[in-house]
Write a protein that binds this ligand. Structure first.
Ligand SMILES: Nc1ncnc2c1ncn2[C@@H]1O[C@H](COP(=O)(O)OP(=O)(O)OP(=O)(O)O)[C@@H](O)[C@H]1O
Length: 299
């Protein structure tokens, strides 16, 4: 569990993180979303004790990071810039981290296996592809078998296979009961991965809710029928509001999809399509953060 309480960070004139209060719960993947410059990395650095809050506080499992006796066993973090000695092999890199944190060498082979790098363990980390470096970074976060995991933009630059691998891994870690916080500026990707979404813009909390609430915005039901004129009349009589969509489809509000289906069946109206309309998550995100993008493309 991670708890933020009025967390604030000011760099001179810039209020990078502005009074953030939210809780990241165990057993779930929580997506931490915001446009570039929203304050995600700064927030993560404060969670990890790498940056000092101007005011407010943050705890991991009830304690400030600096008070954790064995941090690597409590929190694993993959930040954007990973420091890996380029001439050291993947195995030696992890063994060094394990030894300096009192973790048994045995765990090194285990985490290499977990991330699929057993075969590449003897190779120099400096020649790793981006995907392999990312796996090595994740192996390091898992070394101490921590109950809390932070990933800052973990899918940036990865190919589809790598993206899928990370998504599956994060879901698996949450299913084991761990607390997983993952930052991204890609709403679509987060929709597939996260159970909950915390959205920030210009350092401020914009939304904190289950992922489904962002997709299910009650935008009506899309209906396609060759009898559109007649069916529109019937729908209006049944108390619905109807407007024309693209290509002759009807957008119906005020009635549910099952209500509309039943009405069509009763009246013998053929339906070619009947689907609740969901605003895409990407649209919902743009809408939420419209006023809080630091540098808009049009400016
Ligand atoms: N060390 C620093 N000194 C001064 N300003 C900083 C510092 N670190 C971050 N900032 C500023 O704080 C704001 C938030 O930056 P941050 O990197 O946390 O955002 P982000 O949401 O992680 O963005 P991105 O997706 O681009 O990484 C930005 O305006 C940034 O320029």
């Amino acid at each position: 569990m991670i708890q933020l309480n009025g967390l604030t960070k000011r760099y001179g004139e810039v209020l990078a993180v502005d009074d953030l209060t939210f809780t990241v719960r165990p057993g779930l993947v929580t997506g931490f979303l915001g446009p570039n410059g929203a304050g995600k990395s700064t927030t993560m650095r404060m969670i990890l004790g790498l940056d000092r809050p101007t005011s407010g506080s943050v705890t991991v499992n009830g304690r400030a990071y600096r008070d954790l006796p064995q941090p690597l066993r409590e929190v694993g973090a993959l930040l954007e810039a990973q420091a890996v000695h380029p001439h050291r092999s993947a195995y030696n890199h992890l063994r060094y981290l394990a030894q300096t944190n009192g973790i048994h060498d045995r765990r090194v082979a285990e985490v290499l296996d977990l991330v699929g790098l057993t075969e590449a363990a003897g190779r120099r980390a400096g020649v790793f592809s981006l995907g392999m470096s990312q796996r090595l970074g994740i192996a390091a976060t898992l070394l101490g078998d921590p109950p809390v995991l932070l990933f800052d933009e973990p899918v940036n630059g990865l190919d589809p296979e790598g993206v899928l691998w990370i998504r599956t891994l994060m879901r698996g870690l949450a299913a084991e009961g761990r607390t997983v916080l993952v930052s991204s500026h890609l709403m679509g990707e987060m929709a597939l991965t996260a159970d909950r979404l915390v959205v920030i813009g210009k350092g401020k909390l914009i939304a904190d809710a289950e992922t489904a609430t962002f997709t299910d915005t009650g935008e009506g039901v899309l209906v396609r029928t060759p009898e559109d004129v007649m069916f529109t009349r019937l729908l209006l009589l049944a108390g619905a509001r109807v407007r024309a969509g693209l290509d002759g489809e009807l957008i119906v509000t005020g009635l549910t999809a099952p209500d509309i289906g039943r009405l069509a069946a009763t009246e013998g109206v053929p339906l070619f399509e009947l689907a609740p309309r969901r605003t895409s998550l990407e649209e919902a995100f743009m809408e939420l953060t419209r006023d809080s993008v630091e540098y808009g493309a049009a400016r």
